[in-house]
Design a protein around this ligand. Sequence first.
Ligand code: GRF
Length: 200
Amino acid sequence: MKNIGVLFSGRGSNLFAIKDSIDQGRLDANMVCAISNRPGIPSIEAAIARGIATYSISSKGIAREEHDREVIKQLRKCDVELVCLAGYMRLVSAEFCRAFPDRIVNIHPSLLPAFPGLNAQKQALDHGVKITGCTVHFVNEELDAGAIILQAAIPVCDSDTEESLAARILKEEHRIYTEALRIVLSERWHIEGRRVIVDQ
Ligand code: GRF
């Protein structure tokens, strides 16, 4: 069974969805740690209450490389084999990517490459697309640009607000993050160019 570590900065619903999948036997993995870069956020207490070994490594006022080095140190201490970004509001450094080559994944609330960066749901509404969704992808140094592992599409309704759309996307995020982790952890995949090919 592989060891995964989750990095988070906010409400942590993807973190808890992954934890649920493990606890309910839908994902064969060991969540060995969760690390927040924002000390004091309520999801940290909630993670501890769920029995997750949870650490805060504040990124405030610290250079990206320096902060990443601390995070890498903690991930290594915990023997993390796959790093899952779940609402982690930081770009990771080149050094971080080199420390876990093809072993960092992220979830993003749009069908990448459309609408990278912040407020992806608002970007989709503002653009007027009729279909949006979410993407699990490998992480490289560029924002939301690594090879795509899995996507789910969601129709945009005329009555949608940013909140209603975000809520529908989030439901799919929780579903496909587990599915994508199952693929990655199976080791039965390879990358051709930008394509993640699942081996039969
Ligand atoms: C999610 O929409 C995720 O796709 C994005 O940030 C949000 C985090 O939500 N990267 P949560 O903290 O997992 O609830």
